[in-house]
Design a binder for this molecule. Structure first.
Ligand code: ADP
Ligand code: MG
Length: 530
């Protein structure tokens, strides 16, 4: 506010010098109405006085800067101006002077610098002084030679017209200065609101726990918040002007459709993971003005993930070990019982033979479980080659038809026309098909149908095993791929887990659907064809 006032006072001093120079100087140089001058020397002195005053004001201004009494200073100047104007008019012929228009200038400057009240004060002062001068001239109390003859009416009319003009100017400039003040004030208020808002959003960005940076349209980093500096251990100065790719090399693979990116960056020579979301930065009108990136340090998250994975793995191993122990204990128990009885030597020859057969078959079973388990736990390397999928499936059908387990009334229909070459480990895949086939045969209670066929879809082939067997309970369908899950008395529960493992190693998928108990089951193997 003070600064504003100071500026206006400076302008007033400057304009005064200009007006004095222009008006009085030209008046003096061209000697217009010079003959009307009462005392030409006094007039020159008057001009010098005005210049000196201007210099004084300028000097005082410097000295006043600390004091702050600008308003009094401005009043003093304007009052001195008005008095000077009266003196000027006195010297240039009183009523005949053409300088009465100078009063409104002072009134106007009072309005601009000091406000509405000052306008009326200065207008009143001007009226009183001017009126007094003209009256004195009229009553001949001071001698001013009037160049032309003026009659009485002229004097009163002149005073009257000037008074009206002074107050009119006071009213107008007071009104305008009020308006101006109000407008400046509301503008200032709006500016503070805006700058508060700007500061507020800056605080938000600075206080965010995520790293935030923005770039301009040419892709250069222009802001880099505190968290960003903490995460990257780079200072704002180090990053401004660089491109985001310089700082986060993994952004080289960024495309606009990407939701989020993860990658490593170097911090003090050590790589650590960050997750980043990059999106266009837009102005209020929605025009793009750059990019904004929000990123987080993922070190802790990754460590936690790894920890969870490790725990899951151990939980799985624990579960698996319990199942293995359980599976092995059953045959071992009957083996032990058989041998104990044989040791006691109380059993007859025929009975002893039977016990020995049981012992042998339990050993076979133990061996079978271990072989199957190893197949699951330590799968052989894939021996990939091009082979005829249809031929492989036909082989399985033939084997199933001749299988010992298949002594029921099962009809197997295979819709396998011609040959279908795929790439894969023929032996291991045949194992998969065999496991699925045997399960289907097992599922059929006394009589039923099994359908085996393939469907080609884009770059994939679907191999379908459909049976009309017992189906799978909704509660169990999630568990059938677990190792050792079985509902069969002599089952190992490894068939489907092995099948799933082999298919996954081929880049395929195995799915199951069943309408529930008694409604049949469909297994679908999806394999890529290359
Ligand atoms: P196993 O055949 O030794 O039981 P699997 O892993 O092959 O082990 O199968 C696990 C379980 O899934 C079976 O015990 C059975 O309950 C269920 N199952 C698998 N295939 C079928 C099928 N086609 N119909 C109904 N149940 C099935
Ligand atoms: Mg099985």
């Amino acid at each position: 506010m003070h600064k504003d006032l100071l500026k206006r006072i400076q302008a007033l001093i400057f304009i005064r010098v200009a007006v004095v120079t222009l008006l009085l100087g030209s008046f003096y140089i061209f000697r217009i109405g010079y003959d009307k001058l009462l005392h030409p020397t006094a007039f020159s002195l008057f001009i010098i006085f005005l210049y000196l005053m201007s210099i004084c004001y300028a000097l005082m201004l410097r000295w006043l800067k600390e004091d702050g009494r600008f308003i009094a200073f401005a009043y003093a100047q304007i009052i001195i101006d008005v008095v000077s104007e009266v003196v000027l008019i006195y010297m240039t012929g009183g009523i005949a002077s053409m300088f009465s228009f100078m009063f409104p200038l002072s009134i106007l400057s009072a309005g601009i610098i000091l406000g509405r009240r000052a306008c009326y004060i200065i207008a009143t002062l001007s009226s009183v002084l001017y009126g007094a001068l003209i009256d004195l001239q009229y009553y001949n109390l001071i001698k001013i030679p009037a160049g032309v003859l003026f009659i009485d009416r002229d004097f009163f009319y002149n005073i009257f017209a000037n008074f009206i003009a002074f107050y009119l100017v006071a009213f107008l400039s007071g009104y305008l200065s009020d308006k101006l003040h109000k407008a400046t004030k509301s503008l200032e208020e709006r500016e503070t609101v805006l700058s508060d808002l700007k500061a507020f959003s800056r605080y938000i960005i600075e206080s965010m726990p995520s790293g935030v940076f923005t770039t301009d349209l040419s892709g250069r980093v222009i802001t880099f918040n505190t968290s960003a500096q903490e995460i990257t251990k780079l200072s704002r100065e180090e990053v401004t002007g660089k491109t985001p790719e310089d700082l986060f090399p993994f952004l080289k693979n960024y495309t606009e459709t990407m939701e989020r990116m993860e990658g490593d960056i170097l911090r003090n020579g050590e790589a650590f993971p960050v997750g980043m979301r990059l999106s266009p930065l837009k102005d209020g009108a929605g025009n793009p003005i750059g990019m904004i990136g929000v990123f987080q340090d993922l070190t802790e998250l990754k460590a936690m993930e790894a920890e969870v994975k490790r725990k899951e793995k151990w939980a799985f191993i624990g579960e698996l070990s319990a199942s293995i122990a359980h599976e092995l204990r059953n045959p071992l128990a009957s083996l032990k019982a058989s041998i104990e009885m044989l040791c006691e030597k109380k059993v007859s020859g025929e009975h002893a033979d039977r016990l020995m057969k049981i012992a042998l078959s339990e050993m076979d079973r133990l061996n079978g479980i271990i072989t199957d388990f190893l197949l699951y736990a330590r799968p052989k390397d894939l021996n990939k080659e091009a082979f005829d999928l249809h031929q492989s499936l036909r082989n399985v059908v033939t084997l199933l038809q001749g299988s010992e387990t298949n002594r029921k009334d099962v009809t197997i229909t295979a819709k396998l026309d011609g040959s279908l070459l795929i790439n894969g480990d023929a032996k291991q895949l045949q194992q998969v098909f065999w496991n699925l086939g045997i399960n289907a045969v097992d599922a059929v209670y006394e009589a039923g149908d099994i359908e085996i066929y393939t469907v080609r879809r884009n770059h994939k082939v679907e191999i379908i095993f459909k049976d009309t067997g017992v189906g799978i309970d909704a509660g169990e369908i999630d568990k059938i791929f677990y190792p050792f899950f079985t509902t069969k008395e002599k089952g190992t529960g490894l068939g489907l887990s092995i099948a799933q493992k082999i298919i996954e190693e081929h880049g395929g998928k195995i799915t199951v659907s069943s309408k529930g108990f008694g409604a049949g089951t469909t297994f679908k193997v999806i394999l890529p064809i290359r």
